[in-house]
Write a protein that binds this ligand. Structure first.
Ligand SMILES: Cc1cc2nc3c(=O)[nH]c(=O)nc-3n(C[C@H](O)[C@H](O)[C@H](O)COP(=O)(O)OP(=O)(O)OC[C@H]3O[C@@H](n4cnc5c(N)ncnc54)[C@H](O)[C@@H]3O)c2cc1C
Length: 285
């Protein structure tokens, strides 16, 4: 744990499969008991950072003959184990954002199981709640808003400032209010979790409001930088590159971010799925 906390050991999340995304309990990667080991076969998809990760935490199907949620086991698997292949998946912005992780007869000791056998769904649900607080992206939106404001106050070839355009200034004010409301809501949920020890289903609201907010920030930013957003500056970002960024430095990343962040309303459970959770678990509909 200390080496994980310090960032020395990196993890990736092996949940999604080609047939199990929103319907996550449908995972079919098999974990069959063989003495003190499980033998794992199957594949995971959309696994962020699997190419760098040392370990993967995985939902596996250990009992195919019971209700889906009752036959899942949560395993921690060393990415260096024989039988694991990691294949890249390239995102809209041209970067390697995801991977397919294939398991072929991977031997995992039973001591690497988190929780009881066939009770992995409970572990997964608790982790998803934490993930939805993280993917509200409040800090990211705060940084982005500061950046849009900076650009709007300075950027313009004709000498005028974008911030002096009342419709753009109104838009920035609206983004600011959405962000402040989200921040308050996040703090309220954290305070409640600290008080009660329960995280509940409400993080779904943070996720459902937070990811479209980042996307709205991206839209404002790409409009603010105008045509400077068009060149593909990726080559200039790699360490030691002597390729210069086209346009001002602040204009080099927003278009790539814009394309990358389209996935935020999908990652960690789609907006539709969050709304279903809220309807059922919070509003009791
Ligand atoms: C940036 C990013 C990073 C990711 N990183 C990881 C990772 O590290 N590890 C990992 O395991 N996965 C990861 N994922 C995968 C992500 O968790 C899944 O893409 C997501 O859960 C949706 O599953 P799916 O892609 O199979 O879509 P599907 O479940 O097939 O959904 C397709 C569409 O149908 C809608 N839909 C489905 N069911 C319902 C319903 N009941 N009611 C209403 N609408 C519904 C969805 O909202 C969506 O619009 C990542 C995804 C992204 C975009």
């Amino acid at each position: 744990m200390p080496r994980t906390l310090s960032g020395e050991i990196q993890w990736c999340q092996g949940y999604s499969e080609p047939g199990a995304g929103s319907d996550l309990a449908n995972v079919s990667t098999r974990a069959e008991r063989d003495g003190d080991d499980y033998i794992v076969n199957g594949s995971k998809i959309w696994t962020t950072a699997a190419e760098e990760a040392h370990w993967i935490f995985c939902l596996t199907r250990s009992d195919p003959d019971v209700q889906a949620q009752r036959g899942i086991t949560f395993l921690l698997i060393d990415m260096d184990d024989p039988g694991i292949t990691v294949n890249p998946i390239i995102a809209l912005n041209g970067a390697r954002l995801w991977n397919e992780v294939v398991f072929e007869n991977v031997r995992v000791p039973t001591q690497n199981r988190l929780g009881e056998e066939n009770r992995g769904w409970t572990v997964a649900k608790a982790l998803l709640g934490d993930e939805r607080i993280f993917v509200s992206r409040i800090s990211e939106s705060t940084r982005m808003l500061a950046c849009v404001k900076d650009v709007a106050r300075t950027e313009r070839a004709d000498g005028a400032r974008l911030m002096d355009d009342t419709s753009f200034a109104k838009r920035i004010a609206e983004l600011d209010m959405r962000l402040q409301a989200l921040d308050m809501m996040g703090l309220r949920l954290l305070a409640k979790a600290e008080e009660t020890g329960q995280i509940g289903a409400e993080p779904s609201a943070l996720k459902a409001l937070g990811s479209p907010l980042v996307q709205a920030m991206d839209e404002a930013m790409t409009e603010a930088i105008g045509y400077y957003g068009l060149p593909d500056n990726r080559e200039s970002w790699s360490e030691g590159s002597n390729v210069e960024t086209a346009g001002p430095p602040h204009a080099s990343a927003p278009m790539s971010n814009y394309l990358h962040h389209r996935g935020y309303s999908i990652a960690g459970g789609t907006t539709e799925v969050q709304k279903n959770i809220l309807a059922k678990a919070v509003l009791g509909l």
